[in-house]
Design a protein around this ligand. Structure first.
Ligand code: ZN
Length: 477
């Protein structure tokens, strides 16, 4: 067991340097467990917000006490089962040596269709995708394009009222003290507030709505092969910038009847962005997914779980239902923290400790659950296929493990705008607030109506168009 005595800030700097050496895509380098930093605070990480603390070791703290920023590893993991071909835990570490990746289980063929979804067009030819037709990777897309203007007008005409909530300051909860405690904006990041439109759990006990975020990546085929072998289906929350880099992997996910959902274009914290920028993030993600697999997802997960009522309303107007992960208290969130093995912020033993903490909480729930995991890094896929999934499959009583759309008792076809049934998943009512339950709204164009009253002021629109985005971006590396 590794005892870590460095401060979190020091670790963050090490992680940053390590990322630079490894040429990891930019969006991957912002640790998911840390709020973005501000230019003035330099490169060090601010104190973690309660929402971002891993559940391990912090769930038993008395109310009001300050959890340690770096809980001492106290893991004594006992797993029900592991994968016989798993990489040894001692090799699932920061700066791990590369392991060979497996080929995709099947090669996507243009025109083919997934067997689990009726009424969808054939698969597009991914070789026809031209990166030049899309925004630059891993940064919020420009807002002055004809595409973004069209999506903006659709949102304006959707009938959904967008609350007049200013973008948050970079730096998360410590830099937004008023917003952090403003219950009316329902900012999940700082308060854990969820709205009726959010999906955070599965309704049925012992049911796990399986999700993987931030792909597709080089390591996703390894996960796909394992899921195939175990006859498991999952929900992939994909980043648009990764889709344009690995379109055939997204196609393989889709053809294998996994659920595809939106995780934005550049993986920025959405509450920090202007309304047009949020629309651009979501619109380009929907478009690149549609161009790659021929259907448009109607679920999304906000990067870092960063969502408030403004982001929610934009999502609703764009036909997207937010999906979070289960959160029982500020200290107990169903986040394995697998993302941070890559950077050295946590050890794989701690991640498995988090997983066992999640399992112990699951047994107390009268409903199912959703866990935050990733298919971006070699380490995240190795801990999933080698340890977490084998352990879950051997769990007694057994779990039902399925995509989020399935755990919500809906057919996979309901996960896409083109194939969902608007009788049971109606589009948002004209002029209404977001009122959808876990269903899938139809396209915004279908709703008609208009409401211009929520148009943001110039100052709001411009608040992040100057230097602060670039500064945030650099600081978050
Ligand atoms: Zn993510």
């Amino acid at each position: 067991m590794r005892i870590v005595t460095l401060s979190q800030s020091s670790l963050f700097i090490i992680a940053v340097l390590s990322h630079h050496h490894n040429h990891i895509p930019r969006q991957a380098t912002s640790p998911s467990s840390l709020p973005p930093t501000t230019p003035s605070s330099g490169i060090s990480a601010p104190p973690p917000s309660p929402a971002t603390l891993p559940p391990s070791g912090s769930g038993s703290l008395p109310p009001g006490s300050t959890p340690p920023t770096r809980p001492a590893p106290t893991l004594s993991v006992s797993l029900e089962s592991t994968n016989p071909t798993a990489r040894p835990l001692s090799d699932i570490i920061v700066n791990a040596s590369s392991a060979p990746t497996r080929a995709l289980p099947t090669t996507p063929v243009p025109g083919s269709k997934p067997t689990g979804v009726n009424g969808v067009p054939g698969l597009p030819d991914a070789n026809l995708l031209r990166p030049a037709d899309y925004p630059p990777l891993d940064r919020p897309p420009p807002v002055d394009s004809p595409e973004v203007e069209e999506w903006y007008q659709q949102v304006m005409n959707s009938g959904i009222s967008i609350p007049d909530i200013p973008p948050t300051n970079p730096g998360g909860c410590p830099n937004n003290t008023a917003a952090a405690t403003n219950a009316s904006i329902c900012w999940w990041t700082c308060s854990g507030c969820t709205a009726p439109t959010d999906v955070s759990d599965c309704p049925d006990k012992m049911t796990w709505g399986l999700t993987y975020d931030d792909g597709p990546s080089l390591y996703t085929p390894d996960l796909l092969n394992y899921l195939d072998e175990q006859k498991l289906k999952t929900t992939f929350f994909v980043v648009g910038s990764r889709v344009i880099s690995f379109p055939h992997i997204l196609q393989a996910e889709y053809l294998a009847d996994h659920q595809i959902a939106v995780h934005t274009w550049s993986h920025y914290p959405l509450t920090t962005l202007s309304t047009r920028e949020i629309i651009a993030e979501l619109g380009w993600s929907k478009k690149v997914i549609y161009d790659t697999i021929g259907v448009t997802p109607n679920m999304m997960r906000p990067p870092f779980g960063d969502i408030d009522n403004r982001v929610r309303a934009i999502c609703t107007a764009m036909g997207l239902t937010p999906v979070m992960w289960t959160r029982l208290s500020p200290q107990v969130t169903f986040n394995t923290d697998d993302f941070d093995i890559h950077s050295g912020l946590v050890t794989v033993e701690e991640v498995l400790g988090n997983w066992k903490d999640i399992l112990s909480n699951v047994s107390t729930l009268d409903h199912g659950f959703i866990v935050l995991e990733h298919d971006l890094f070699q380490q995240t896929v190795e801990v999933a296929t080698g340890y977490i999934l084998p352990d879950a499959l051997a769990h007694k009583p057994p779990f039902t493990i399925e995509p989020v759309i399935s755990c919500l008792r809906k057919p996979l076809a309901y996960a896409y705008i083109e194939s969902n049934n608007n009788d049971t998943n109606p589009p948002p009512a004209a002029g209404g607030r977001p009122t959808l339950s876990s269903g899938a709204p139809g396209s915004a164009e279908a709703t008609g109506g208009s409401s211009h009253s929520w148009l943001p002021s110039d100052s709001k629109m411009n608040s992040l168009l100057g230097g602060s985005i670039a500064a945030l971006f650099l600081a978050a590396l």
